[in-house]
Design a binder for this molecule. Structure first.
Ligand SMILES: NC(=O)c1ccc[n+]([C@@H]2O[C@H](COP(=O)([O-])OP(=O)(O)OC[C@H]3O[C@@H](n4cnc5c(N)ncnc54)[C@H](O)[C@@H]3O)[C@@H](O)[C@H]2O)c1
Length: 266
């Protein structure tokens, strides 16, 4: 087996990566590290302006990035994302299924519409992107990497109100393992990252302080349950995604890396 020199292990030059929800939060942390490593990054977000801003930030550093407006729960949008990526960069080597939502709604109040929206955004999207990207990777014949962002909630519930979210993330983890088996003959390696509490716009939106409650205190309380005594940063996940996208993880498929500061131990 070829032994790459250390300075080439993280080199993604010449590769193209799609990052869903790559304009903000954890997705941006991942887009940043992949672009820095030399990949051309295609950011697939629902909102064009947010994606354009992220692309401007990355390209201002001399890196390669492009935005393709995509709702990852819509098959036609995903097909368009694949076509646009192929037309611009010629190939697809890395897919990061990151886009997701986590509204807190007790099951008693959950509507069928809420349930379907959460499953469509978090799970159907992973199926759609995996289906069309793996078809393309198989046609290219040079393998590829698929990284699914699950959650510690794919293993253990973190808080009440997230039953449908937890179902979707358990689903993504099950899907990851089976697809890893199916795609292994094509040298497409499929792994997952399970983040713990990461400070992102999505988390800040989902944790509105009750009247009279200090939001900083609330976050401090949450962090106090984390053995590392801090919430995660988007770069904590970006760095692990780079590891899985690169040759550093050359003998891994069907794995899930927990990145939670030790939260699941507490
Ligand atoms: N932040 C955490 O603590 C945490 C913990 C565990 C898992 N996760 C997972 O990490 C992923 C990212 O979470 P985050 O905290 O960065 O969220 P976020 O809300 O800060 O960012 C999510 C991004 O996804 C985009 N997005 C949402 N729905 C989309 C759709 N249908 N099509 C395209 N783009 C869409 C949003 O526009 C946004 O840019 C999610 O899958 C989430 O479940 C987050």
């Amino acid at each position: 087996m070829e032994k790459l020199p250390q300075n080439k292990l993280l080199d993604l030059s010449g590769k193209t990566a799609i990052v869903t929800g790559g304009a903000g939060g954890i997705g941006y942390g991942i887009s940043y590290r992949l672009a820095e490593a030399g990949a051309s990054v295609v950011i697939a977000n629902r909102t064009q302006e947010v994606a354009d801003k992220a692309v401007a930030d990355l390209t201002s550093k001399g890196w390669h990035a492009k935005a393709v407006k995509t709702d990852v729960s819509q098959e036609q949008d995903v097909m368009n994302l694949i076509a646009e990526t192929k037309n611009t960069y010629g190939s697809i080597d890395i897919l990061v299924n990151n886009a997701g939502i986590f509204p807190s709604i007790p099951v008693m109040n959950l509507t069928v519409l809420d349930f379907e929206r959460i499953l469509a955004t978090n799970l159907k999207s992973v199926f759609l992107c995996t289906k069309y990207v793996s078809q393309q990777m198989i046609t290219q014949g040079k393998g590829g990497k698929i990284i699914n962002i699950t959650s510690i909630d794919a293993l253990h519930p973190s808080m009440v109100g997230l039953a449908t979210y937890d179902a979707s993330k358990h689903g993504v983890w099950g899907f990851t393992k089976n697809v890893a088996l199916e795609l292994a003959p094509h040298k497409i390696w499929v792994n997952a990252i399970a983040p713990g509490g990461i400070l992102t716009p999505g988390v800040q939106k989902s944790m509105p302080a009750a009247p009279g409650v200090d939001q900083n205190k609330q976050l401090e309380g949450f962090s106090a349950r984390i053995p590392m005594r801090r919430m995660g940063d988007i770069d904590d996940i970006g760095k692990v995604a780079l590891f899985l996208a690169s040759d550093m993880s050359s003998y891994m498929t069907g794995s899930q890396i927990v990145v939670d500061g030790g939260y699941l131990l507490s």
